[in-house]
Structures are given as structure tokens and as C-alpha cells.
Design a protein around this ligand. Structure first.
Ligand code: DAH
Length: 343
């Protein structure tokens, strides 16, 4: 073994001495130091030797390998004039590149978008930094109206170029302002959904976050009734859960709809028995909705004597929690890969 190693070394050094250009140098490097080169062939048999021999020849093999690597490197510099980043064995298999994947909220959002585009709804975006007017006033919530207390708002101070300060901006507390923007831009008839990120100044716990997702829906046309609304909401739930889910409908108050309803689904986490996620009621508020208030249609430039409409404000984050059985809302924005990789 020792003999073999030394012979190989001498032979390699002799040939290295004679090599006259970079290309033949590279061939030689592969021949002796490559992954399937002559040195590797000999080294391969070392692990099967007995204890003492393994130690001796292992050390010798390494020594010779390092010595040859050094000499080859010197020669490379001699030919190339500059040092390359070591030997690249192009026969090695490539590194596995880890594929990314979609966030659970995005998965649910994509499903919803498919359901709604199949029913002829368009998909819209709106600004996350919104004016007080669109976020509240145009939605029938004037300043000082107690309904403002329903949403803990981040008011944003703005300083204009002339130095005067105003605070007519808010981080939007819901996706509803896009109802007004959509009506102003597209008029009636209209059908659209608005998935998006919204913000509230919340005390954070397992079911409250300062940043979460909603999906607004709006349909305006002649003779739209609450039947159209309920049918659409049920289509939505069947499409997402792909099974029958228990629902109940209660009256609900929102200034921008009249009448307003709350569609609850039976809590998927506890099956209706009661748990912290459903505040021990067995039901979860998932889909607040209603018939668009005439003042809101007017703010959107639509005549409420001719047109009517329905709107809903789906809790996208909450829906994702129900669909996947996620018990803590903080996981969504936490960035913990152990959580995210499960989807
Ligand atoms: N924007 C409301 C919220 O975030 C939810 C909502 C209720 C939206 C009723 C609607 C609706 O479109 O009709 O609390």
C-alpha cells in the first residue's frame, strides 16, 4: 500500500513536471486528483484495512494528497497566472436547491379567487395607507360616530410640504374602502372581490393580530337581494371547505350595510363544543355581510333608486385558521419555517 502510494506520487510529480500547457494540466489533475482519479482509487480501499493499518495508511494517503494538491496548485498558478478557486469537478452532482412554497393565506386566497372569478367577479387591489374619508366617512361612518370605536385604528400623522400637519390618513382597518373606489371607477353593474392586508391597533393574543387579511366582496346591479348574497356566501364556503359546513345567520350591525348580517360557521377546531378560538361559543364569526347602504352607493356615485347591492367582508386569516386547524394567529406573521413548511 505504501509502495503504491509513493509510486503514484512520484509518477504524478514527474508528469506534472513535463506538462506544458493549461489544458493538459487540467487533464492530469483529473487523472490523479479527480473524484475518480488514481489517488481516489487507492484511498478508497483504506477504510477496509484493519485498525492499525488504516491509521497509518490513512495518514500517509492524506499527506500525499495534500502534497500533490499543493504542487498542482503551484503549477496552475504558473500557467494561469492567477489563483483559481480550487479544482471544480464538473462530474459532481449539483446541489439541491430548496423550492419555496406559498404561504397558507396565499393558498386560501388563490382558492377564493378561483371561486369568484368562476362566478364572474373581478379581483381588485386598494391602498393599505388609506384616507380617513375612504376608510370611514364614505362608508357611512362620519367623524365622531360611535361606530368608529368598533375598529382600533392606527391614525397616521402627515406633514405637508408647507409644514402644516394633518392626520387624515389611516392604515386601513378593513378592505371595505375599496368598495367605494371600485364603484367610482367602474360604476354599475359591478362584481368584484378585494383580497388584502388590513391593520388594527390590537392587544395581540392567540386570536388577535395587528396585521391580518380580509377579502371584501361587492356586487351591485338591478334587483340584487339578500338571496343573492346568501347563495354567494354558501358557494364560497362549499368551494373552500369542500364539504358541508354548519352555518347560522344572525343580524349584525355595520354602518355601511342595511340590513347587516353575520354568517357564522361551526368552529372547526372544537367541532362546536367550545374552545378559546371560538370564545367557548362553538361558533365563529366568519362572514359579516349585508345589503349596501344607500349612502354608500351614493358615495360611490351610484343611484340607490336604480341599483342595489350586497357586500361581505370575509376574514381571510380566520378562514385559513379554520381550514388548516391553526390555533394561534401569531404563527402567520411569525416567519417560523417549521410552521410554514407544513403547507
Ligand atoms: N369591514 C367590516 C370589518 O372589518 C366587515 C364587513 C361587514 C364588510 C359587513 C362588509 C360588510 O362588506 O357588508 O369589520
Amino acid at each position: 500500500m505504501e509502495e503504491k502510494l509513493r509510486q503514484l506520487k512520484d509518477k504524478a510529480l514527474r508528469e506534472l513536471e513535463r506538462v506544458s500547457d493549461l489544458n493538459s494540466f487540467r487533464d492530469l489533475e483529473i487523472k490523479y486528483l479527480g473524484r475518480k482519479g488514481e489517488l481516489a482509487e487507492i484511498l478508497k480501499s483504506i477504510p477496509s484495512l484493519n485498525g492499525e493499518e488504516k491509521k497509518i495508511f490513512g495518514a500517509l494517503g492524506n499527506e500525499i494528497k495534500n502534497e500533490l494538491a499543493k504542487k498542482f496548485e503551484e503549477k496552475r498558478i504558473f500557467f494561469g497566472g492567477k489563483r483559481e478557486r480550487g479544482f471544480i469537478d464538473i462530474t459532481l452532482p449539483g446541489e439541491k436547491i430548496e423550492g419555496g412554497h406559498l404561504h397558507p393565506i396565499t393558498l386560501v386566497q388563490n382558492d377564493l379567487e378561483n371561486i369568484f372569478t368562476s362566478m364572474g367577479f373581478m379581483i381588485l387591489d386598494g391602498p393599505e395607507l388609506e384616507s380617513d374619508y375612504y376608510n370611514f366617512e364614505a362608508l357611512n361612518i362620519p367623524p365622531y360616530h360611535p361606530a368608529r370605536d368598533m375598529q382600533d385604528t392606527f391614525y397616521i400623522a402627515r406633514t405637508d410640504a408647507d409644514g402644516t400637519g394633518v392626520s387624515d390618513l389611516v392604515l386601513r382597518t378593513h378592505t371595505s374602502p375599496v368598495q367605494i373606489r371600485a364603484m367610482q371607477k367602474y360604476g354599475a353593474p359591478f362584481r368584484g372581490v378585494v383580497p388584502g392586508r388590513v391593520f388594527r391597533s390590537e392587544n395581540i393574543d392567540a386570536s388577535h393580530e395587528h396585521t391580518f387579511y380580509q377579502m371584501e366582496g361587492l356586487m351591485v346591479d338591478k334587483d340584487i337581494s339578500i338571496d343573492n348574497l346568501i347563495f354567494t356566501l354558501k358557494q364560497l364556503l362549499n368551494g373552500i371547505f369542500k364539504r358541508a359546513v354548519d352555518t347560522r345567520i344572525r343580524p349584525g350591525y355595520f354602518p355601511f350595510v342595511e340590513p347587516g348580517i353575520e354568517l357564522d360557521i361551526k368552529c372547526a377546531l372544537c367541532g362546536g363544543a367550545g374552545c378559546p378560538a371560538c370564545k367557548h361559543s362553538g361558533w365563529l364569526e366568519l362572514l359579516p355581510a349585508g345589503m349596501v347602504h344607500p349612502n354608500v352607493l351614493r358615495a360611490g356615485g351610484i343611484d340607490p333608486d336604480i341599483y342595489s347591492g350586497f357586500a361581505f367582508g370575509l376574514g381571510l386569516t380566520r378562514l385559513a385558521m379554520m381550514k388548516y386547524g391553526i390555533e394561534d394567529i401569531r404563527l402567520f406573521n411569525g416567519g417560523d419555517l417549521r410552521f410554514l413548511k407544513q403547507f
